[in-house]
Structure formats: structure tokens, C-alpha cells
Design a protein around this ligand. Structure first.
Ligand code: UFG
Length: 328
């Protein structure tokens, strides 16, 4: 299948392009390079388009005539979404409507959506299943849930078939070192710790040590980005018109901030300064996936099950001397 991958120059999108190419599909990266990188487009052509450019999106669909869409392009910093909700709704919701329009006009029927555990919000029910209540705590999660709702309606109307993949904490990098995580500014825990380990950052701040968790720090389910990419291919190949499906993607194991710091110490062999800091607004104490539905229905299970192995791939990526990113 030829697949338009929005956000194909980004962190998860570029790993998905690689997984698609390896599975015999043809990815076309559609990106505006707000957060993506030119060096990350390696597995197929590039359509340089902003999702808010309605005509540009349609022109790309006319040019490439895709069979399917994988939609990663979105703004994704939770704190920013609280301060600039209009920007988040315009990009994540209105931009997606432009995609739907282009799909309808060019007869594309398969859609795989990059959703998030941020659609669940706070609950005592852990691990989270797909049936857990969706009550987003912030505009970012809300924008992802709105798109899921639109996909349900469009699928029910017979316009397309859609699969929403609700991932937990994407982490790590391509084991072959061909792509990886490179955000600016970086807000994610693992790359921040590794920046401290490599001396690029003076210290790591632990946001909150008084949560109701075993060691008082927040617990997350870190899932390897290449495992996520494989799940997208499985979802693509089984999405059928008229049907909406949603799957959690995680390992089912939670790790606290302190455990991630210890893992980084083991993997890097470096010591670095760790400071306790205030809680970060909007953080849920504990987010762990029940991903048994993806296993049963997509035949997906993560190959990276150990946190150290996930952290090691991120460390190898960060330690590349001539990182392609520095040349972009
Ligand atoms: N953390 C620190 N110090 C840091 C950075 C993070 O202690 O310098 C903590 C956070 O407070 C949190 C944990 O590490 O408890 C993980 O934080 P990340 O920012 O790496 O990830 P989040 O869980 O906040 O966010 C991820 C995705 C979002 C998604 C969200 C769903 O990055 O896109 O999960 O909750 F919305």
C-alpha cells in the first residue's frame, strides 16, 4: 500500500516510515518541519505541506494517490496545550479535518491514528483498558479524543475505516541508529536524563516525590518506538471500511521516575546530578496500559520488554558522533 504518513519526519512518524518500507509498503512523508527533521525522511518521498493548508493537502493526495493514511502530525506538549488551546485545536482537530476532506475527495478509506493515553485522564482503574473512561485532563488529550470521535462517526457513515492507537510513553530509538528522538525543546524524561548523563545538561529534576506511588515519583509505561511502529503496520493491514477500532499500546509494566534514572545510570555507566523539584502541573501519578486487546486482535506484542534495553537504544542514538540531525 502507498501510505501518506503525516508527521513522517518526526520521532514516531519516521520510525513508522521505516517499518512500512520494511513491510513492503510505500511511505510518503507529509510534514511541515515544525518539529520534524529533513534528515528523518529516508524511506520514501516527501510532501512538504502544512495540514492547515487545505489545498496543499488535497494536492498532495492527488499527486501521490495513497491507499491509506497514518496520522502522526500534531502538537503534543501537554503544558503548551493548556496555555494555547486554540493552537492545539486548530492543528490537531482542524488540520485533521483537512485530511478527511482530502481522503474523501480522493477515495482513501484506511486511516490509522496516533492517539494517546492522555485521552483517559484520571482514574483509579489501573492498568487502563480501552473501556476505561475517556476524560482528558488537558486540551492536548481533548484534541486527540475529538479526532477519535470524528473517526467513529466517519467509520459508521461508511466513509472510511479507522484504527486509533492509544500509546503510553513512546521511548527509545531505532536499534539500527537510522532515526531517533530529537526534540527542541526536549520535555521527555528519558532523553532529558540522557542529556544529563552525557553532560549536555547540568542535572535532572524529578517533578514530584510525594505521589501516592511506591517510591513517591510518577509511574509510566515506556514502550519502544519501533514496537509502536510495528503496531501501526499491523493496524494498517487490518483496518476495514466501516469499522472503528481502538487499541492501547504499552508494555503493561510501569516504571517510576527514579527507576528510569537508575536504568540510565546502569546503561550509561555515568553519574549525574538529580534534584527534587515541584510536581509538574497536569501529571497523572500512574499510567500503565493493559495492551491485551492489541495482542489478541492485532497479534502485536512489544519486543522490547526491558527498560534498560529501551534506554540503551536511546543512549546509542544520542551518543552518535555525527548525528545526522546536526547536519540538517
Ligand atoms: N519528568 C521528570 N523530570 C523531567 C521530565 C519528566 O520528573 O525533566 C517526569 C514527569 O513528571 C512524568 C514522567 O517523568 O512523571 C514522564 O514525563 P514525560 O514528559 O516524559 O512524559 P509524559 O508522561 O508527561 O507524556 C507522555 C507523552 C505525551 C502524552 C502523555 C500522556 O509525551 O504526549 O504521555 O500522559 F500526552
Amino acid at each position: 500500500m502507498r501510505v501518506i504518513v503525516t508527521g513522517g519526519a518526526g520521532y514516531i512518524g519516521s520510525h513508522a516510515c521505516k517499518a512500512l518500507a520494511e513491510a513492503g509498503h510505500e511511505p510518503v512523508a507529509l510534514d511541515n518541519f515544525t518539529t520534524g527533521h529533513r534528515w528523518a525522511v529516508k524511506w520514501g518521498p516527501l510532501a512538504e505541506v502544512d495540514l492547515n493548508d487545505r489545498r496543499g493537502v488535497l494536492a498532495a493526495f492527488r499527486e501521490y494517490q495513497p491507499d491509506a493514511v497514518m496520522h502522526f502530525a500534531a502538537l503534543s506538549i501537554v503544558g503548551d496545550s493548556v496555555n494555547q488551546p486554540d493552537l492545539y485545536y486548530r492543528t490537531n482537530v482542524s488540520g485533521t479535518l483537512n485530511l478527511f476532506e482530502a481522503m474523501t475527495q480522493t477515495g482513501v478509506e484506511r486511516f490509522v491514528f496516533s492517539s494517546s493515553c492522555a485521552t483517559y485522564g484520571e482514574t483509579n482503574e489501573m492498568p487502563l483498558t480501552e473501556a476505561s473512561p475517556q476524560m482528558p485532563l488537558n486540551p492536548y488529550g481533548q484534541s486527540k479524543m475529538m479526532v477519535e470521535q470524528m473517526l467513529k462517526d466517519l467509520s459508521a457513515a461508511g466513509d472510511c475505516g479507522a484504527t486509533a492507537l492509544r500509546y503510553f510513553n513512546a521511548a527509545g530509538a531505532d536499534p539500527d541508529g537510522e532515526t531517533g528522538e530529537d526534540h527542541d525543546p526536549e520535555t521527555h524524561l528519558i532523553p532529558i536524563i540522557l542529556q544529563a548523563a552525557s553532560g549536555r545538561r547540568s542535572h535532572i529534576s524529578v517533578f514530584g516525590s510525594d505521589y501516592d506511588t511506591p517510591d513517591g515519583t510518577c509511574v509510566r509505561d515506556y514502550v519502544h518506538v519501533s514496537d509502536l511502529a510495528r503496531a501501526h503496520v499491523a493496524a494498517l493491514e487490518t483496518t476495514t471500511r466501516g469499522e472503528f477500532r481502538a487499541f492501547n499500546l504499552g508494555t503493561g509494566h510501569g516504571h517510576s521516575v527514579r527507576e528510569v534514572i537508575e536504568s540510565a545510570r546502569r546503561v550509561t555507566g555515568r553519574s549525574f546530578d538529580v534534584r527534587e523539584a515541584e510536581r509538574r502541573a497536569g501529571d497523572a501519578p500512574l499510567l500503565v496500559a493493559d495492551a491485551s486487546k492489541a495482542k489478541a486482535e492485532l497479534g502485536w506484542s512489544p519486543q522490547f520488554t526491558e527498560l534498560d534495553d529501551i534506554v540503551r537504544t536511546a543512549w546509542h542514538w544520542m551518543e552518535r558522533d555525527t548525528k545526522a540531525g546536526s547536519a540538517a
